[in-house]
Design a binder for this molecule. Structure first.
Ligand code: FDA
Length: 306
């Protein structure tokens, strides 16, 4: 309920302006976002890798409506991939890409061609790409672009959202040999026709999907901070006889960092999703909406009005 209120309020231009410019924002942004520039991303990647963690970099931006903006996003990814290779960090750092950042809302073919350029640059750098999943209106398009990209580069990763009713079926389709599939709960506001409404239903769906992916032939990427689901993943690893390196646990930058390091020390491959760039607002709102305690941040930002 609270989550819906925050997500709805965040769409107001007035709320966006107040939050972006409130002094309290700076500290909160720094907790969840590595910085605004390429070098911030490279530095952050180096620091995480030094503590035994893998990285996926997300250049912030989504819902692009102009071709020039989509082109800028492609260039940002190509640049950061080149820098990761130069610094010897690419083997432990892939990139996560939102198709709407590279033009999905303009034309599907444009987004496919732009994503293919990033996939090619990732290949040259010695790493790969995962396609983030956005709102349910984009699920079919994202999965069809994924299939097209995988024809040239099978390592391109998929993301599925346990909150969607369709996802258990998508997991069965995607659990094929070599298929990298990130399972998350889902961060977008969805209607009851397509999504489970209660936390308990989403968690139960997550557990079912995880069972399908872990038992399947693909490469599951278990993206959650939920201790119960991380525990379930650890049990399924044992039950299905998976070795380290045949699956990953994934968490977001700034969320449960001690647990990330503990899991890596326990022998799991742990990847941290690291966002960077100027367009941090939409990302930050989704993170804050996930925890009611964070409402305090919104209230303070709106009260400061500067
Ligand atoms: P949830 O938010 O339900 O929290 C469950 C429990 O986890 C809490 O009760 C608490 O115990 C613990 N917890 C959560 N946050 C915590 C915090 N800040 N501090 C301490 N404990 C905390 N979404 C999407 O729609 N498309 C995508 O492509 C992606 N990609 C993605 C990649 C990665 C690597 C991750 C980790 C997540 C995503 N997501 C995503 C976001 C995802 O869908 C979801 O919104 C968040 O991960 C929050 O859900 P949790 O599974 O963490 O559980």
């Amino acid at each position: 309920m609270l989550r819906s209120v925050i997500l709805a309020a965040s769409r107001s231009a007035r709320v966006k302006g107040l939050v972006q410019h409130a002094p309290v924002s700076r500290g909160v942004v720094r907790r969840f976002v590595a910085g605004e520039g390429t070098e911030d991303a490279v530095r952050g990647t180096g620091a995480l890798q030094a503590s035994g963690l893998l990285v996926t970099l997300d250049h912030l931006g989504e819902d692009t409506t102009e071709q020039g903006q989509a082109e800028a996003a492609v260039k940002a990814y190509v640049t950061v991939l080149g820098r990761l290779a130069e610094e010897g960090l690419a083997a432990g750092a892939e990139v996560s890409l939102k198709l709407t950042a590279v033009g999905l809302d303009i034309a599907r073919d444009l987004a496919t061609a732009n994503a293919a350029r990033i996939v090619e640059a990732a290949g040259e750098a010695g790493t790969t790409v995962t396609l983030d999943m956005e709102g349910s209106a984009t699920t079919d398009a994202t999965l069809s672009v994924l299939a097209e990209l995988r024809r040239a580069e099978p390592s391109v990763g998929a993301v599925v959202q346990a909150m969607l009713r369709r996802t258990e079926g998508d997991c069965r389709d995607l659990a094929t040999p070599g298929s990298r599939v990130r399972l998350c709960k889902g961060a977008y506001r969805e209607g009851p026709d397509v999504a489970f409404a209660s936390r308990a239903e989403v968690d139960a769906s997550y557990a079912r999907c995880l069972g399908v992916l872990m038992a399947g032939a693909g490469y599951p990427m278990v993206a959650t901070h939920d201790p119960a689901l991380v525990g379930l993943a650890e049990r399924l690893v044992v039950r299905t006889g998976r070795e380290a390196g045949s699956y990953e646990l994934q968490m977001l930058f700034g969320v449960r960092p001690d647990e990330q390091r503990r899991l890596a020390r326990a022998g799991h491959h742990v990847r941290v999703y690291v966002p960077y760039g100027h367009e941090w607002y939409g990302y930050l709102v989704r993170r804050l909406a996930e925890r009611p305690a964070n409402l305090v941040f919104f209230a303070r930002a709106l009260a400061t009005r500067s």
